[in-house]
Ligand binder design. Structure first.
Ligand SMILES: [Mn+2]
Length: 297
């Protein structure tokens, strides 16, 4: 059955497809979760929690929503296998990209990123990948499947691109040893990031090019977003993350071509964790709009 989300992100009036620049894709898929469950309710909760947001951005004096944002119906989960679900996400995302839309995926578990990334990679063949996450997710297989949330970045690596994994603070010895040999992955451990102004420093390391951005909400400290599948202490705060994202999008030689936010598992329809995720999405939209309009920020 199709789970129709009865709300629009930001509760803005519905617009037609032609006027749409940004498509919000709710993907409440939860097939391989190992920690707290409930991520299937994340799109509903984030969208509901965004209904009373100020649409005006006081810092930049714009109303970013005017670019044209459309919230699509939730992608019906395919429970037969994670692989089939990934295919389904890939197919739908490709359709939006061919129609020149910018896609924002709201998960759901991290597995959804594979489908979103594959579609983007087909469209932007030189695409690379940036992931903010407490976990390296580099296992070959987990709980019997290659398509578990714990294997996401290993599958992305198979797409022939450069990966930047940022915020890692939970990793197995095997994954760490794998990383020592793997030249296409640059990893930033949380303990190292705490020693520097990472939000300014890491930006200088990132090569020019096109990027897909995946944000696992466990990148944040659990004191800010406790509602996630596998929380890890020692994470990051709002201001520094926003600063990093602004620096990233602002760079003239970098193009962010799509992003997702995954692994929220809300305890209710309106929670502060959900609200923060919604604010994060709108702030990223704000930076993208400034960039697309060639405005200073
Ligand atoms: Mn994670």
């Amino acid at each position: 059955m199709k789970k129709e989300i009865p709300f629009n992100f930001l509760s803005i009036p519905k617009i037609n497809f032609k006027k749409t620049k940004i498509v919000i894709l709710p993907i409440g898929y939860e097939g391989t979760v190992t920690g707290n469950s409930g991520t299937k309710f994340a799109p509903l909760s984030i969208i509901y929690s965004s209904r009373n947001f100020e649409l005006y951005d006081d810092e930049y004096d714009i109303e970013p929503y005017k670019i044209g944002i459309k919230t699509e119906e939730e992608i019906e989960p395919d429970s037969t296998s994670p692989e089939k679900m990934i295919k389904k996400i890939e197919k739908l995302t490709s359709y939006y990209l061919k129609n020149k839309k910018f896609v924002i995926g709201i998960g759901g578990e991290h597995t959804i990123t594979i489908g979103l990334f594959k579609a983007h990679k087909k469209y932007y063949t030189d695409l690379n990948y940036i992931c903010l996450d407490a976990h390296s997710d580099l296992r070959e297989k987990y709980n019997g499947t290659k398509f578990s949330h714990a294997c996401v970045n290993k599958r992305i690596l198979e797409e022939n691109c450069n990966l930047y994994l940022i915020g890692i603070r939970s990793i197995s010895r095997e994954e760490k040893e794998f990383l020592l040999k793997e030249r296409s992955i640059k990893v930033y451990y949380a303990y190292q990031m705490k020693e520097i102004r990472w939000f300014d420093e890491i930006i200088k390391d990132i090569k020019p090019g096109r990027y897909y951005l995946s944000i696992d909400v466990d990148f944040f400290d659990p004191s800010l977003i406790p509602e996630t599948g596998t929380p890890e202490p020692g994470g990051f705060g709002w201001d520094e993350v926003i600063r990093f994202l602004k620096n990233l999008i602002m760079r003239k030689d970098i193009e962010v071509c799509g992003f997702d936010i995954v692994e929220l598992s809300p305890s209710n329809i309106f929670t502060s964790s959900s609200l923060i995720c919604g604010k994060l999405i709108y702030k990223i939209i704000c930076y993208l709009v400034l960039k697309w309009r060639n405005l200073k920020f």
